[in-house]
Design a protein around this ligand. Structure first.
Ligand code: UD1
Ligand code: CA
Length: 507
């Protein structure tokens, strides 16, 4: 392949989007439409890219520069037609007079065709160069050609011209072979033909497609390369088309992952963005969205009903009904159901983040567990530690955030509050309901709740006549349903009652 330059046209208005966001910046599969096109262009092996911007160029230009810093940005002040846009590109980038006599190809593509693949561009360029044409059209057969330029062919099948919808005769409108808009040019032919293109047509625009008839008139070879998968060249002009292309692109991505060995139970409710990476034998259950740069390793099972954005999931992990962003889940770990992992949540191998647990900016060690109803913020939890149900890491003092460090193999009771900054040593423990305000040394047991106080006969005295009072009175007189027996069993069956040590750990 000789030197390939690609001109991407992205100066148009996109008024039908009815959006403050420029059309080509609308996203599907986690990438802007023009981002998808630039990916295809890069995959096609372009050595030089020129992007033509106009409408909202203060947004479109920097976006393209960010995605492809090496691209040349050409500004088309007024949108006078596709030939005018290409002329602006050729002049800005000084194309068309390649040094020496080496052939070079210029491809024209549009910035709003997100399904486009690099391999299709490569196939077009290969066909164009092998045939040695001045111009090759990427065409396709569509059931409803309305709005497209039609490919008019001679009796012998050769391409005669492209006729735009508004300039076409009824007979020409019946043609179903259309111009996708993507054209491959010999660079020198392109530079020579652009000044010859006028704007004497129904729209009063400079049509790039007029280059076909002009080449024919000069006896230069032109042709069309028919792309079977013509949807690749479809553009989105409004939100409905954007959604339709988004759905189609997703279906293609999901199908590709299944081909690569990923089990997807319900492709229709599975959304996988373009930059996601999955290993073979990952299983995805219904209602899952894998977004951004999410990576999932082999044998992990995701779903049902989970959204993971920019997350890493280790081999064999299980993630059920979870919302997670910028989180790392270790191999063999369990997350969910109903877990919320915020940026910086890192769960070690075989660890657990359970139901109704929110974790932010915290490292939870290997095999450590936060199984139920907890908030863990700005914490380090050592390996093998178990955090009791209903635990809160109080990281915010109203002014600043502070860190909590919990050691290895700590057993923390239920309903504990760790008031940061605080440190709990290895092998330590906290009793249920403890308010941990001071550091706990390794092996220590922290208790803050006072001893339990019982006022005997309170319900009979203060709640007489209520169901509570009557139940209490009945129990006291030995008529409660089995109550006395149960008390008896407790006394005889539990030699630990009355042991001050056991009593202390229970309080
Ligand atoms: C164009 C083709 C038509 C083809 C169709 C495929 C021409 C004359 N017609 O028609 O044969 O079937 O695409 O979709 O080329 N643009 C600029 N500057 C301009 C004009 C357009 O950057 O001055 C960009 C637009 O942003 C858009 C693309 O070029 O991305 C196509 O322009 P548009 O006006 O939509 O052309 P169509 O009428 O669709
Ligand atoms: Ca168009």
């Amino acid at each position: 392949m000789s030197e390939l330059t690609v001109i991407v046209l992205a100066a148009g208005g996109g008024t039908r989007m009815k959006s403050k966001t420029p059309k080509v910046l609308h996203t599907i599969a986690g990438r802007s439409m023009v981002g998808h096109v630039l990916t295809a262009v890069r995959d096609a092996g372009a050595s030089h890219v020129v992007a033509v911007v106009g409408h909202q160029r203060e947004l479109v230009g920097p976006h393209i520069e960010q995605l492809m810093p090496e691209a040349t940005i050409a500004v088309q002040e007024e949108q006078l037609g596709t030939a005018h846009a290409v002329r602006v590109a050729v002049e800005t980038a000084a194309l068309g007079d390649p040094a020496g006599d080496g052939r070079s190809t210029v491809l024209v593509a549009y910035g709003d065709t997100p399904l486009l693949r690099g391999e299709s561009l490569r196939a077009l360029v290969a066909d164009h160069e092998a045939a040695g044409r001045a111009l090759t059209i990427l065409s396709g057969i569509v059931p409803t050609p309305f709005g497209y330029g039609r490919i008019v062919r001679e009796q012998d099948g050769s391409v005669a011209a492209i006729v735009e919808e508004k300039d076409a005769s009824d007979e020409q409108r019946a043609i179903t072979e259309i111009n996708s808009g993507i054209l491959a040019f010999d660079a020198r032919f392109l530079a020579a033909v652009l000044p010859k293109i006028g704007n004497d047509n129904a729209k009063g625009e400079y049509y790039l497609t007029d280059a076909v008839a002009l080449a024919r008139a000069e006896g230069m070879p032109v042709g069309a390369y028919v792309l079977d998968d013509v949807r690749q060249t479809e553009g989105a002009n409004d939100r409905a088309q954007l959604a339709a292309l988004g759905k189609e692109l997703n279906a293609r991505i999901v199908t590709r992952w299944m081909t690569e060995g990923v089990t997807v139970m319900d492709p229709a409710t599975t959304w996988i963005e373009a930059d996601v990476e999955l290993e073979p034998d990952v299983t995805i259950l219904p209602g899952v969205q894998l977004l951004g740069a999410t990576k999932v390793e082999e044998d992990a099972v995701i779903g049902p009903d989970s959204t993971l954005k920019d997350c890493e999931v280790g081999a064999g992990a299980r993630v059920v009904r979870t919302h997670a962003e910028l989180a790392v889940i270790g191999a063999g770990a369990n997350v969910g159901p109903f877990s919320y992992l915020r940026p910086g949540a890192r769960l070690g191998d075989r660890g657990k983040i359970g139901a109704f647990v929110e974790v932010k900016n915290s490292e939870i060690g290997e095999g450590a567990k936060v199984p139920h109803l907890s908030y863990v913020g700005d914490a380090t939890i050592g390996e093998g530690t178990n955090i009791g149900a209903g635990t809160i890491f109080a990281n915010y003092d109203g002014v600043a955030k502070h860190h909590t460090t919990i050691g290895r193999h700590v057993k923390s009771g239920s309903n504990v509050t760790f008031v940061a900054p605080v440190t709990v040593g290895d092998g330590a423990g906290t009793g249920a309901g403890t308010l941990v305000r001071q550091d706990v040394p390794p092996g220590g047991l922290a208790l803050s709740a006072g001893p339990q106080r019982v006022i005997e006969g309170w319900a009979q005295a203060k709640r007489a006549g209520t169901a509570q009072g009557e139940a209490a009175a009945a129990a006291a007189s030995g008529k409660g349903a089995g109550t006395a027996d149960e008390r008896e069993a407790t006394h005889t069956g539990d030699p630990g009652v009355g042991d001050p040590g056991a009593g202390a750990t229970q309080s």
